[in-house]
Write a protein that binds this ligand. Structure first.
Ligand SMILES: NC(=O)c1ccc[n+]([C@@H]2O[C@H](COP(=O)([O-])OP(=O)(O)OC[C@H]3O[C@@H](n4cnc5c(N)ncnc54)[C@H](O)[C@@H]3O)[C@@H](O)[C@H]2O)c1
Length: 271
């Protein structure tokens, strides 16, 4: 349903790979709420092509950028303002990748070149994005920057591998940079800690199918879907959450505050 919640607002959405991507759902919903935006992804993801369909559907332009390359980000931020006709109100960082996970390297036996690459893509890219937005003074006052994260930043999920460390770093960047963005520019910076979600990035994690069921049965409201996450992100981009900043916001059906649920207990009860 459209409340025109984002009417007149402009932004950049990183990370729409295919129709399962959280960023894809968010782009559709931002469009529905009257927001305009530029879509971006790494040039390699672009060659797979699906993003063009989303661009047509939402009347958006695509500007490729590898989020680990500051010069790509500079070009993106400059061009996005030209295309959209002014400064930005919202930015979604929806990027994650671990080479160790991809190549099946165990956490206790990392290839540190891969560790560094995953850290750069999944965490430092958020700092680089904000550095460019900050230096170019590209955000309007009361704008909103959101990155997506996962609870493995706080608690142990063994198969999440080095992505757990990357997410902890990402959340810390949100707070540290968020201080300066708030003080100097009146811009808020938050992370959304989302339920396990069946996307390309999600399914790369070993044992994902079992884990997603477990999380669903543990959560009083069940897992939050990619669509639910997109809805929550809209609220953070809207003017209704102007004083929310430096937060890591759990969007997980209640999972993060659970100890055990009756459904999960049942599996362990003796007859
Ligand atoms: N799926 C889950 O279970 C889950 C749970 C919590 C948080 N998240 C987070 O949500 C975000 C979005 O992931 P998703 O689940 O929608 O999966 P996805 O695979 O659809 O999206 C990940 C995106 O990162 C992009 N990317 C990779 N390297 C890049 C680079 N160098 N430059 C620019 N973009 C790059 C990919 O092209 C892709 O579009 C990620 O931060 C992920 O960690 C996912």
């Amino acid at each position: 349903m459209s409340y025109n919640l984002l009417k007149g607002k402009r932004g950049i959405i990183f990370g729409a790979l295919d129709e399962n991507s959280i960023a894809w759902k968010t782009a559709e919903k931002v469009h529905e709420q009257g927001g305009t935006f530029v879509l971006t992804n790494a040039p390699v993801a672009m060659r797979m092509g699906a993003i063009k369909e989303l661009a047509e559907k939402t009347g958006s332009e695509i500007i490729p950028a590898d989020a680990t390359k500051v010069e790509d980000l500079e070009n993106l931020v400059e061009k996005a303002q030209e295309v959209l006709g002014g400064k930005l109100d919202f930015v979604l960082h929806s990027i994650g990748m671990s080479v160790n996970v991809r190549k099946g390297k165990h956490y206790t036996d990392q290839n540190y070149d891969w560790t560094a690459k995953g850290w750069d893509v999944s965490a430092v890219s958020f700092h680089k994005t904000m550095k460019v937005l900050y230096e170019k003074d590209a955000m309007n006052e009361w704008g909103s920057i959101v990155a997506l994260t996962y609870m493995a930043a706080q608690r142990v999920f063994p198969d999440y591998n080095d992505m757990a460390d990357n997410k902890a770093y990402l959340e810390s960047i949100a707070r540290s940079f968020g201080y300066f963005f708030g003080t100097d520019k009146k811009v808020r910076v938050n992370t959304i800690s989302q339920s396990p979600t069946p996307t390309t990035a999600g399914q790369g994690v070993k044992g994902f199918d079992g884990f997603i069921k477990y999380a669903d049965e543990m959560s009083p409201l069940g897992n939050a879907s990619a669509d639910d996450c997109a809805d929550y992100t809209l609220t953070l981009f809207s003017d209704l959450t102007k004083k929310v900043t430096l937060q890591n916001l759990f969007h997980d059906g209640g999972f993060s505050n659970m100890g055990v649920s009756a459904k999960v207990m049942e599996r362990f009860m003796e007859e």
